[in-house]
Ligand binder design. Sequence first.
Ligand SMILES: [Ca+2]
Length: 84
Amino acid sequence: MLTVTGQKRLTNNTVEDVYPEWSPDGSEIVFASRRDDDGDLEIYVMNMDGTGVTQLTFNTSNDSHPSWSPMGATSPLLRTGTVS
Ligand SMILES: [Ca+2]
């Protein structure tokens, strides 16, 4: 069971970091961001402490609302869609 006892800023930039979702085991967070400078959303994953940010999608569409596959999976199940 994950117990949250405080708050820590995990991202710090001038663009959107949106649609975060914890991994089933609480060790990682998948999210969408516009941080790659081409203006559309991409999907990223990071450790629960904000380290180890890894970009998972690379395209010109808005990739958003990522979700995790069922308990025990080791990587996010990605679902892409257009953000209005
Ligand atoms: Ca994209």
